[in-house]
Design a protein. Structure first.
Ligand SMILES: [Zn+2]
Length: 817
């Protein structure tokens, strides 16, 4: 717990009684809703409240954002409850093992996860003020936890932008600049990640720090406050189908109870709203679903407005929507939520306990085997979710085999990871690990498949019985002291730890070679892609073995020292099949042609995952840049390439590639290279639908259209594992396909591809879209002059969670020519 307030202010405020609490307007010096409040002022107000009402409120800084803004949680309840806050928490958590006598209900309200949905944080201030004053009665049996701003970096980006560009007085015309943010909006966090897609994957600092406290409390109710397009009426629970099958009847019913209470206030005021549409409960990484799968009533509330509405705007209906209107709506549902919670304490406690009773799910154990890095990355995620796991014994396990999609078996040993649904949070285990989540309706808001064994590239069995296990894995790691009298050090290449190890060595000017073919030496087999670090290559490098052993320890690598480069089978170290890995200078295109999300994934990957420098070339400046300064240029996916990729740009890129550059082109950027003057890639047109000539009822239109869609489904692809782009992979790769865009195989260099079998292994793909996938490219390399173009039709960096795809991207950057 961190006190933020200077002592002087404390002395002034300590004298204030509860009745004299300042409202947000009084404290800030302007009427709430007449300006946007910058984050540091919001922090000031919460600090003020925590001192002025210290008997009923505690403020806790739970972390900092990438841009060093504080992240806050405000705990409020009656004075009596606040004295026993820790006891209340502990008693509540006992509910997860059915021993609780808790008589309190925990409500968690999260504001402004999307930074430019800027009403939320303003509304949070009014809500906490009312709860501490006029609505105190609700706090007798309720603990309310308020996160005033999940995404302060994004919110301040919006607020600062708005303040710079707003008209005086404000311009209600939506065409004015103040209503049009442009490419880098405040929606996302620093790295342009959507934090409302990150609850399960925890790739971002904000999510990682928040979840630590969320999981300490596991509230009965969680609300995520949002905004949608400015013409939309308010949305609140109940949510729309599809609902994940683990959601209980009570959770469904209580969403209705909640919605009806909100509707009472909205009806009385004549405000418009809708329920049961658009916002479903399926993809597990949202601020409504993750809490739901953790036993809460998890809900999204959406006000109309968002980044376009500013302080006031004329909507499509010709009405004027003001920030004050937006505040009062979010305030109303916030208070109404606490009201419903406070009047259902017994029921909420009973049902929360029921949620955590053993569920006897079909699959009792998930058994996973694979490279150590992949398993380590997965256990780190499990730790963050407080999911327990153990290791296997020497036995054969039968069940559903993820690789074949059929019944099969797997030999387990002490290296195999075992995750059971017979644990407190077994429901979350089921949701994250089951092979294919049952979809009650294919019209959904997001991806329909995410099964972690595929995402982490592991051999896996889902078993219907409890598998025997040991609790502790033998710790085989030992610090290695590397001898200086060695010919070379060898190590494998199959995961992100290897990639980070390489990235660090290259930056420390250690020269590293890569075996282009498998070899055996001194009794060990090394697959193609293995790293070879010879003494001769690094002869002049001071502290060579020290740097090497420190990097190895840091990245969990074990190095094998060999005394000769004369291999038993394969190619000797001096062969042209053992190539030096280039220390490349990498640039990525940013700006309008790209999607902020796709750009952000790359930016984050380099800085926070690989730890390798990257230069951002903006579309506005790239024309003046000498591309020969870079060995690798990445074009992230995006929909603005048609304008960007004119004849001049295309010929420039062709010339640069011809002279030895490597262009990595991803997703929707690829189509811009197709064409007579372009590269060899060839996009496929949409197949003519045989039913297209039939008259379709208008009401079926949306359902008809999804026949052409893939919104996120897992496909099994074939891999040419001999190609350097596929080093570290075997002959199959499970790819998360995010669109029905499809491209023909390349003449040569087709590395990962779909052949004839186009049925997704998990998730939804429309019937027409599936046909289009036959014989299509997933990853490939086209040679052009001295350089190459790497095509990545699917996005291995999508939301940063598809761990097993990342090495393809690393290979694309570093593979030797
Ligand atoms: Zn939102």
């Amino acid at each position: 717990m961190k006190r933020l307030l200077p002592a002087v202010v404390l002395l002034i405020t300590i004298a204030l009684s509860a009745q004299e609490l300042k409202s947000p307007s009084e404290f800030l010096g302007y009427e709430l809703g007449t300006r946007f409040t910058r984050h540091h002022r919001v922090v000031d107000y919460y600090q003020y409240l925590s001192e002025a009402a210290k008997d009923r409120m505690q403020l806790h800084e739970y972390g900092k954002t990438y841009e060093q803004r504080p992240l806050l949680l405000a705990y409020i309840s009656s004075a009596a409850n606040m004295q026993n806050l820790e006891t209340i928490r502990e008693e509540h958590l006992k509910s997860t093992s059915s021993m609780s006598k808790s008589t309190k209900v925990i409500v968690w309200l999260s504001y402004n996860v999307h930074g430019n949905e800027s009403v939320s944080t303003e509304a949070s201030m009014q809500t906490i003020y009312e709860l501490l004053t006029n609505k105190q009665a609700y706090l007798e049996n309720t603990v309310v936890i308020i996160d005033p701003c999940i995404n302060p970096d994004g919110r301040d980006r919006y607020v600062n932008w708005y303040n710079q560009f707003k008209n005086t007085p404000i311009q209600l015309n939506p065409e004015s600049k103040e209503h049009n943010e442009g490419w880098w909006s405040g929606r996302s966090n620093h790295y342009m990640f959507d934090l409302n897609r990150d609850w399960a994957w925890l790739t971002q600092l904000e999510s990682q720090q928040r979840l630590r406290y969320y999981n300490k409390w596991l509230p009965h109710i969680h609300v995520d406050f949002h905004e949608q397009s400015m013409d939309s009426p308010y949305y609140f629970a109940p949510a729309s189908e599809p609902f994940h099958e683990v959601i209980t009847d009570f959770q469904r019913d209580f969403q209705v109870t909640m919605g009806k209470n909100h509707a009472k206030y909205f009806d009385a005021n004549g405000w418009f709203y809708f329920t049961k549409e658009r916002f479903d409960l399926f993809y597990p990484s949202y601020g409504d679903t993750y809490p739901t799968y953790s036993g809460a009533i998890g809900m999204t509330y959406e006000q109309g407005g968002g980044g376009r509405a500013g302080l006031g705007v004329i909507t499509g209906n010709g009405d004027t929507l003001t920030l004050k209107d937006r505040i009062v709506h979010h305030y109303t549902t916030g208070i109404s939520t606490v009201e419903v919670a406070a009047s259902n304490v017994t029921k909420l406690n009973e049902e929360f306990q029921k949620f955590y009773q053993p569920k006897n799910y079909k699959y009792k154990s998930y058994i996973l085997k694979g490279p150590e890095d992949h398993l380590r990355a997965l256990t780190q995620l499990l730790d963050q979710h407080q999911l327990s796991y153990s290791y296997g014994t020497d036995t054969n396990v039968k069940g559903f085999n993820y690789k074949t999609g059929k019944a099969g078996s797997l030999r387990t040993n002490s290296e195999s990871l075992i995750i059971s649904t017979n644990q407190t949070r077994g429901t979350l285990v089921k949701v994250l690990f089951e092979p294919n989540a049952r979809l009650s309706d294919s019209l959904t808001y997001d991806i329909t498949a995410w099964s972690l064994p595929y995402a982490y590239g592991l051999d896996a069995i889902a078993s219907e019985s409890l598998v025997s296990k040991t609790s502790k894995k033998e710790d085989l790691s030992k610090k290695e002291v590397l001898s200086t009298n060695t010919y070379a050090f060898l190590t494998d290449w199959n995961g992100m730890d290897d990639a980070r190890f390489l990235a660090e060595l290259l930056q420390k000017k250690i020269r590293v070679r890569q075996a282009q073919k498998a070899f055996t030496l001194e009794g060990n087999r090394y697959e193609s892609g293995s790293l070879i670090i010879t003494k001769a290559d690094n002869d002049g490098r001071k502290n060579f073995t020290k740097i090497l052993s420190e990097a190895a320890e840091k990245h969990h690598k074990s190095l094998t020292a060999v005394s000769s480069g004369f291999v038993d089978e394969g190619k000797d170290f001096g062969s042209s099949f053992v190539l030096m890995i280039p220390s490349v200078k990498v640039a990525v295109l940013g700006g309008e042609p790209t999607s902020t999300l796709r750009f952000g994934e790359i930016w984050h990957f380099f800085e926070q995952q690989l730890h390798y420098p990257i230069t951002v070339l903006d579309e506005n400046t790239i024309n003046g840049v000498d591309l020969s300064n870079y060995e690798v240029l990445i074009l992230p996916g995006g929909t603005g390439y048609e304008r960007f990729m004119d004849t001049l740009m295309l010929s420039r890129l062709k010339e640069w590639v011809g002279q030895g550059g490597r262009l990595i082109v991803m997703g929707k950027a690829i189509a811009s290279l197709d064409g007579e003057d372009g590269f060899d890639i060839s996009a496929r047109e949409e197949e003519k639908d045989s039913t297209e000539n039939l008259v379709q009822p208008y009401e079926n239109l949306q359902r008809e259209e999804i026949k052409n869609d893939i919104t996120g489904a897992i496909f099994k692809t074939k891999v040419d594992a001999t190609h350097p782009l596929a080093f570290g992979y075997k002959d199959a790769y499970f790819s998360l396909k995010l669109s029905s865009d499809s491209y023909d195989y390349l003449e040569s260099g087709t590395v990962a591809y779909i052949s004839k079998d186009t049925l997704p292994i998990a998730g939804f793909a429309g019937s027409e879209a599936q046909k289009k996938m036959a014989k299509s490219l997933v990853f490939g390399v086209e040679k052009h002059g001295k350089g190459q173009v790497v095509y990545m039709v699917d996005n291995p960096l999508f939301r940063g969670f598809w761990e097993n795809g990342k090495l393809f991207f690393v290979n694309a950057i570093f593979m030797a020519k």
